[in-house]
Design a protein around this ligand. Structure first.
Ligand code: EPU
Length: 338
């Protein structure tokens, strides 16, 4: 076990925030993880498990032990003519997994192309994009229970997936370390191309019977157009969730803004585009020193240089207050704040 003190985390979070971990180690196997958990020195320290670091904003140094989950591996558990069941180590890069599946013609996660982060953290917030969420292909995961050191399985229903939600962000928060996940992919993929932007790209390219590779390429080009590449500009994707509101509030907003962007969930509930509200409130493209609101997607806060996490957090507070004042809606952060 190689534990380093005062370890810089700047390269391990996609926001590119320059903070340090009091202790840091990287684990490649479950046994290494169990060994650390047993060690006297670290048993009372606060623990932070990092995957791809793509959904986290550090506002200060971390005064405990950061463990980089680097457990790799892809294993075909079962397959037949229709589907394939794949078990993937938590430390595998998510987009590389998507490319592996697309190249093999296994459908189900192609709409989730180019999402930053690792496979093990994908179920924590039920990653989703362009009409698809991971819960649709998810079978189960294995996780280490921190208190007992036991390996426990969570089925799809036990993960309690919701919109950017799972049991691991709620009642099981900080209680488990995800070791691997199992997905069921389709060998005769049913494509989901209903999302406006995806349809438009396929039409422009005159692709009438798209393959999963075509869908993946379309998604990659939309993301590259709208979302900043974390390797160039620090960010964590959508900073806020799209709020779910009552029809009466939506009608009130429609009275003032007839072009409001919303999606029906049921007769009474609608999801409203937070990016649209933040743009309407005048924040889109705003730059303050070396941080701001992205110019192509107002839901994304960005670090242009060496901004510190507190500044970005304070900006998010101001946006929340302003949206509350202008639309009567309290935005909720999607990103984990440390
Ligand atoms: N919009 C604006 N102004 C903006 C941004 C968006 O008017 O600055 C409008 C768009 O014109 C569009 C609507 O809002 O009509 C929705 O925008 P977009 O398609 O970009 O998606 P989003 O709702 O802002 C969500 C996810 C993204 C995901 C996309 C595509 C959340 C919090 N975010 O964003 O996920 O890629 O849909 O499915 O649900 C992420 O979670 O990190 C993420 C990037």
């Amino acid at each position: 076990m190689n534990v380093i003190e005062n370890y810089p985390l700047i390269k391990l979070n996609t926001f590119g925030i320059d903070v340090k971990a009091k202790y840091f180690t990287s684990i490649n196997t479950v046994n290494e993880l169990i060994e650390i958990k047993k060690s006297e020195k670290f048993k009372d320290h606060e623990l932070l498990i990092l995957g791809g670091g793509s959904n986290i904003l550090f506002t200060k140094d971390f005064n405990g032990l950061v463990i980089l989950n680097n457990i790799k591996g892809k294993e075909i558990v079962d397959q037949n003519d229709d589907s394939i069941i794949l078990k993937i180590g938590a430390g595998e890069n998510w987009h590389e997994l998507v490319m592996y599946c697309v190249d093999n013609g296994w459908g189900g996660i192609e709409n989730l192309s180019l999402i930053p982060g690792n496979t093990g953290t994908a179920p924590m917030q039920n990653i989703g994009a362009y009409g698809v969420e991971i819960k649709e292909t998810f079978v189960e995961l294995e996780a280490l229970e921190i208190s007992s050191g036991k390996i426990v399985k969570f089925s799809n229903s036990e993960c309690e997936f919701g919109y950017r939600e799972s049991v691991f962000k709620n009642k099981m928060k900080n209680k488990y370390i995800i070791l691997n996940i199992t997905l069921e992919l389709n060998k005769n993929p049913i494509l989901n191309i209903n999302y406006g932007d995806v349809k438009a790209i396929l039409e422009t390219k005159k692709i009438e019977t798209p393959t999963i590779k075509d869908v993946s390429n379309a998604i990659i080009s939309i993301r590259q157009r709208k979302l900043p590449d974390p390797k160039k500009i620090g960010n964590s994707g959508s900073f806020f969730k799209n709020p779910i509101i009552d029809i009466n509030l939506l009608k009130l907003i429609e009275g003032k803004y007839p072009n409001v962007v919303s999606y029906k969930i049921n007769e009474n509930k609608f999801k409203i585009a937070a990016g649209w509200m933040i743009e309407k409130a005048g924040w889109k493209g705003k730059k303050f020193n070396n941080f701001g609101v992205h110019e192509n997607q107002a839901l994304v806060l960005v670090n242009y240089g060496l901004a510190n996490g507190k500044e970005i957090f304070n900006l998010s507070e101001k946006i929340i207050l302003d949206i509350k004042e202008k639309f009567g809606i309290t935005l909720e952060r999607e990103v984990n704040i440390i």
